[in-house]
Ligand binder design. Structure first.
Ligand code: AVJ
Length: 319
């Protein structure tokens, strides 16, 4: 028996072990976001080809009045944000609500303590009257221990992160969010929509090589944190958009037959030439699919908000 299999390891270590031992190798995309990967994601958001962030920013900065008017709360309410990150987009909505003297409390949740500290600091300067109560942790772990009381809530799940989940997992996640909400609570979720296939292809297969570096960072991260011996030059990045099903699939490709050690896992992995490591799914939705997902997870769709080009939607649902 290998001693390492009896040692309790980090979720990252366990998921890497499972992913590299699988018949079809895979590393979950949530592990993109260590410090180096979060910086690369900031660079991705700056690329002209990566339209998602700007489209959603446009929705929240152009339509805060329409969004506010669609909220059902007459008295005090809480905004709970799942995966708040830098909170830059949400600030646009918060600014409007505070300007209207709404009695709103903001409860951003994120796995990154650093991001939550920066967000709190920024909001203390720009919106000093807003009550901000950041929580650090996995969103469901935080929701579980948090007592929202009887106060009605607007939940935010922005950025199109739902697109990273396989269909069954996306449905399970929305059902879980639904379970935490009270009747009458609302959810605003971001979905990246189907559009010209070349526009989508370019946002991921970018000519600057930033998305490539973002994917290869997974191998660097295994080297750094788990004592891996990956030579990232011996892997390529490949991604493609399939306009028939709306899926962008990303992968790393082993350029040669090779062996890689992962010391912390006491594991040696063999790669065939051109063998893939699956990294990410970024699903693009039709509005019919958004509506179907809402219904299947127990919500009623109230309104879709769009950017000018209709590239993205923030969809408002009620429980
Ligand atoms: C942050 C999950 C919305 O899927 O578009 C960017 C991450 N991946 N480029 C996305 C990502 C490649 C992004 N999300």
């Amino acid at each position: 028996m290998h001693s390492s299999s009896t040692i309790l390891q980090s979720p990252f270590a366990e998921d890497v072990r499972r992913g590299l031992l699988a018949a079809q190798k895979a590393i979950p995309s949530k592990y993109f976001y260590d410090d180096a990967g979060s910086r690369l994601f900031q660079d991705i958001m700056q690329m002209p080809e990566y339209y998602l962030t700007r489209s959603e920013m446009e929705i929240l900065s152009l339509h805060p009045a329409a969004i506010a008017a669609a909220l059902r709360f007459s008295g005090p309410f809480t905004i709970v944000e799942l995966g708040a990150g830098d909170g830059l987009k949400t600030k646009e909505l918060l600014k409007y609500l505070v300007g209207q003297s709404a009695q709103v409390k903001y409860l951003p949740i994120d796995i990154s303590g650093e991001a939550m500290q920066q967000l709190q600091h920024k909001l203390a300067t720009s919106l000093p009257d807003l009550d901000v109560q950041p929580e650090v942790g996995d969103y469901f772990e935080v929701l579980e221990r948090l007592d929202l009381g009887q106060q009605p809530s607007l939940f935010l799940f922005l950025g199109g992160n739902i697109g990273n989940y396989e269909p069954e997992a996306a449905l399970a996640l929305l059902r879980l969010i639904h379970r935490y909400m009270q009747p009458g609570d609302q959810l605003l979720t971001g979905f990246d929509l189907r559009k010209n296939p070349r526009t989508i292809q370019l946002a991921y297969d970018d000519p600057h090589g930033i998305t490539r570096a973002f994917n290869l960072n997974l191998l660097w991260r295994i080297n750094r944190e788990l004592g891996g011996t990956f030579e990232p030059d011996k892997f390529d990045f490949y991604c493609f958009y399939n306009p028939y099903n709306g899926e962008v699939r990303s992968a790393l490709v082993s350029l040669t037959e090779q062996q890689v050690r992962v010391k912390a896992l006491d594991l040696t992995v063999h790669f065939r030439q051109n063998e893939l490591i699956k990294t990410e799914l970024s699903r693009k939705y039709t509005l019919e699919e958004v509506d179907a997902l809402a219904a299947a997870s127990g919500f009623h769709v109230e309104q879709h908000f769009f950017d000018c080009k209709h590239y993205f939607t923030d969809s408002l649902w009620v429980k």
